[in-house]
Structures are given as structure tokens and as C-alpha cells.
Design a protein around this ligand. Structure first.
Ligand code: ADP
Length: 186
């Protein structure tokens, strides 16, 4: 399913160097994710942010289309160095299809390590030529997660430090909550 409407096949690099794919649920994208994307762009000429979705059973708050639109909006300043796409199925199959040589993942704390380690080893077993690279977000994002952001937003808490303004607005609309503190009074 081509939610984002990109043409199938390899990503054509504007600048020489390996294409990196940054996969995730991004439900929704947070400032921690954005920090990782920016760090990845300092290393790789092009980064494909790939929204994972399950066509049969997707328990995400935002649809894949909404997630793609939000990510595009948040990263518009990077032009064609960023591509936002969706995929279902195995990440390594998707990475091969778009000819990405590198998978980027983010690490917050030791708690991320076990899961990321297992997944990297499985991906390496399935596709030895694809390398996984880990980047660490800035310390201010160590406790930022999509799950916590959704929980806090659900009860009207202030998530401004954790998500870009467009995500905050979409969260409020989706959850029917107020935008949290800091709104202008009329
Ligand atoms: P997934 O559902 O695949 O874990 P997520 O959208 O939760 O996808 O996260 C995608 C990647 O970004 C994962 O590697 C995750 O560890 C990383 N990540 C998420 N939040 C942060 C953060 N605040 N700082 C650094 N990395 C993060």
C-alpha cells in the first residue's frame, strides 16, 4: 500500500553516500525522533523515515497517512534529503526494495538496548549486508516516548517539550483534550 504515494523502487540519492532508513511506529513523531533524524542527516546524505503499519491489525492512535503527513510537516526544512514513506512486513525486505544500506535506530536508555539488540541480530541474520547504526538523542529527550506523550495528552497535560506544535494540535484534536498550559486567554 502506497500511503505516501512514493514511486516504488530505489531512492535516487541526490548526494553520494548510503541511503539510511529510520523505521518506527512514530505514533506520533516526537522531538526525540526528530533529534535522531537530524543526527542521521549529519552522517547520511538521505534519510527515509519509514512508518511501520500493520494492514490487518493496527492499534495506532494515528493512521499511517496522518503519521506521514505530520512527519513531512515537521521535516519540511530538509527538502529532498528526507523522504517519508510507509511499509508493512519485514523491515529488511523494505530496506532492500529501496536500496537502503543502513538502518538507523535511536537509543534512549539501557532499557531500549535489549529489544534493539535482538532486532538488530535478527535483521543481520535475515540480511547480512544491511548495517544497523544506533544514534543517541540529546539528554533532554531521554524520557520522551510516543506512548507517554499520548498518556499525558489524554489527560490534558502539557507535552510542548516533547512534540512539535503540529503534533500537539493533532493530539488535542484526536483526543478531544485542551492543548495544555500556555494557551492564550481571550
Ligand atoms: P518502534 O515502535 O519501532 O519502537 P518508535 O516510533 O517507538 O518505533 O521508535 C523508533 C525508533 O526511535 C526506535 O529505535 C526508538 O528507540 C527510537 N526512539 C524513540 N524515542 C526516542 C527518543 N526520545 N530518543 C532517542 N530515540 C528514540
Amino acid at each position: 500500500m502506497a500511503v505516501s504515494g512514493r514511486k516504488k523502487g530505489p531512492v535516487s540519492p541526490a548526494v553520494a553516500g548510503p541511503v539510511a532508513v529510520y523505521p518506527g511506529s512514530f505514533d506520533p513523531i516526537t522531538n526525540g525522533h526528530l533529534d535522531i533524524v537530524k543526527r542521521a542527516l549529519a552522517v547520511f546524505p538521505r534519510v527515509v523515515v519509514a512508518v511501520a503499519f500493520n494492514p490487518n491489525k493496527d492499534s495506532s492512535l494515528f493512521t499511517a497517512e496522518e503519521r506521514v503527513a505530520t512527519i513531512r510537516e515537521a521535516l519540511v526544512e530538509f527538502g529532498d534529503r528526507i523522504e517519508v514513506d510507509t511499509f508493512s512486513g519485514l523491515l529488511v525486505d523494505y530496506a532492500k526494495r529501496i536500496e537502503a544500506a543502513v538502518v538507523v535506530r535511536g537509543l534512549r536508555a539501557v532499557s531500549d538496548f535489549e529489544y534493539e539488540f535482538q532486532m538488530t541480530m535478527m535483521n543481520r541474520h535475515l540480511a547480512p549486508a544491511i548495517e544497523t547504526v544506533f544514534l543517541m538523542a540529546g539528554a533532554q529527550y531521554f524520557y520522551t516516548s510516543s506512548r507517554l506523550v499520548k498518556e499525558v495528552a489524554l489527560f490534558g497535560g502539557d507535552v510542548r517539550a516533547h512534540v512539535p506544535p503540529a503534533v500537539r494540535r493533532r493530539l488535542a484534536a484526536k483526543l478531544g483534550t485542551r492543548l495544555g498550559r500556555g494557551r492564550k486567554r481571550r
